[in-house]
Write a protein that binds this ligand. Structure first.
Ligand SMILES: Nc1ncnc2c1ncn2[C@@H]1O[C@H](COP(=O)(O)OP(=O)(O)OP(=O)(O)O)[C@@H](O)[C@H]1O
Length: 453
């Protein structure tokens, strides 16, 4: 559990179980820090130059001002962290890169680059002095005061519960001053998705999704829905071929916000499958429909990544909504188009999905959640298009009848990727592949022993 602790600076802090910021733990910390180190064990580290990064050079006067403001609010933070630059800004937070100045004084179980195995055998702590190693970086996520306390508490509690998986960001600690809250996370070096997604080979995609689905499998095993799977929330290192899932600001425990939806009723799917898919338009609508309460469901997420059941306001959403969003990332890579779906609202988003999947399947999907799908938009055909066709179109590999050419054939590894994509894009969440099943799929059947960690 997270608990309130007072620091030497008199701030009220939340501390996680590794007792970071908890001054009571300093007895142990001192003994850890005083362990002797075999210099030969840290030789490799010594030779590492301090990483120089474009992130490390704040030139924008606004950012410098912001960093000063943060230090003013959190008096004494500069003794713990050297704020370096702003590295991210989202709807709910600003994220700063900082050097962890007191790394050596704590047990750093969160550190996947933990240097313990480089130490002599009798050094159980695996820590050594600052001067003998590379600087350790953290990401400080300053959550905007507009987020409700319950939402902030939820994000921190979920992060805390999810610790222990290399592909999910661990929470080092968190602290609060009045209405200001900061979460301290390990810093993950990653590339901007827009800079690399067009260059990825099918093999690269296998590694990306193996890592992403490992994270999802861990999150879903805890019955947690992330709700905001998108490229900026999966920090991927193309060189190491591993990624880390971040941003649990919209995440929720499955079932928290749910109520009965017709998709749960026994035999409903069977009855649905006997409904003729090519029904004509409905015979009419109630003239005065204003007294019927509107359907309410959690729609949190990012446009373009919402699953159809979210768009149809299913009141019993499951972890499968994350699988759909992961599918959107794969479609983006295969088509080399970002953002692939670009609708401004949920109606347009439904139209975009319907253009691919066609009216017949959209009608069935809508009916599954007690909705009716009808449209007179001529570009939405009854059958839609295959995903192969969409990908070939987007990558200019289709033929034209005018020139008498036919579509190019996809290589077998791409066909396998599309087969996997179809499983992520099952319109019925119950039939959609789960994260665990995905890890067993041929597309993700790779040897990850050659990935760096
Ligand atoms: N641990 C980290 N290491 C490195 N960079 C990070 C880390 N955490 C976050 N970032 C950067 O900060 C950005 C914003 O972080 P995050 O998604 O947690 O905030 P947010 O306010 O919820 O964003 P959004 O509104 O986009 O969902 C990320 O896209 C990433 O570039």
């Amino acid at each position: 559990m997270l608990s309130d602790e007072a620091t030497e600076d008199g701030e009220q802090l939340y501390t996680s179980e590794d007792a970071r910021w908890d001054e009571d733990s300093h007895g142990e910390v001192e003994s850890v820090a005083s362990n002797e180190h075999d210099m030969s064990d840290v030789e490799n580290e010594d030779s590492d130059m301090e990483e120089i990064d474009e992130d490390d050079d704040p030139t924008d006067p606004k950012v410098i001002e912001e960093i000063e403001a943060v230090q003013k609010v959190f008096q004494g933070i500069d003794k713990h962290f050297r704020l370096i630059n702003k590295i991210g800004e989202g709807t709910f937070s600003s994220v700063y890169k900082a050097e962890d100045l007191r790394y050596d004084q704590y047990v750093n179980t969160w550190d996947i680059d933990f240097d313990g195995h480089h130490q002599s055998n009798d050094n159980r702590s695996g820590t050594y002095h600052r001067s003998q190693r590379r600087p350790k970086y953290v990401a400080i996520k300053k959550i905007y005061v507009t987020s409700s306390p319950a939402r902030i508490q939820n994000e921190l509690a979920l992060l805390h519960d999810l610790s222990g998986c290399d592909s999910v960001v661990p929470l080092i600690t968190a602290f609060r001053h009045e209405d200001q809250v900061m979460a301290i996370l390990p810093y993950f070096k990653h590339a901007d998705f827009r800079e690399y997604f067009r260059q990825l080979t099918i093999d690269d995609m296998r590694y990306y999704f193996r890592s992403l689905f490992s994270a999802l499998s861990h999150v879903h095993a805890h019955n947690i829905i992330h709700r905001d799977i998108k490229p900026t929330n999966f920090l991927y290192d193309c060189y190491k071929r591993t990624g880390v899932l971040v941003d649990f600001g919209l995440a929720e425990r499955e079932g928290t916000d749910s109520s009965y939806c017709v998709c749960q009723s026994t035999g409903y799917r069977e009855r649905q499958s006997t409904v003729p898919v090519s029904r004509g338009e409905s015979s009419g609508y109630p003239k005065n429909d204003s007294r019927r309460p509107s359907k309410r469901a959690n729609r949190a997420g990012t446009r373009g990544f919402r699953a159809p059941e979210v768009l149809f306001k299913c009141t019993n959403q499951t972890t499968k909504i994350d699988i759909w969003s992961a599918g959107v990332i794969l479609l983006t890579m295969l088509t080399k188009r970002f953002p692939f779906f670009n609708s401004a609202d949920d109606v347009d988003a439904t139209i975009e999905i319907a253009t691919i999947f066609g009216r017949a399947r959209m009608r069935q999907c809508a009916a599954l959640h007690g909705c009716v799908f009808e449209t007179s938009i001529p570009t939405i055909s009854e059958k839609g298009f295959t995903l192969e066709k969409i990908i070939l179109w987007a990558t200019s590999r289709t033929g034209s009848s005018a020139s008498g050419t036919s579509d190019q054939k996809m290589p077998p590894d791409e066909v396998e990727a599309v087969r996997f994509l179809k499983r992520c894009f099952d319109l019925d969440p119950e039939r959609r592949i789960s994260a665990n099943e995905a890890l067993q799929h041929d597309f993700l059947d790779i040897d990850t022993s050659d990935t760096f960690s």
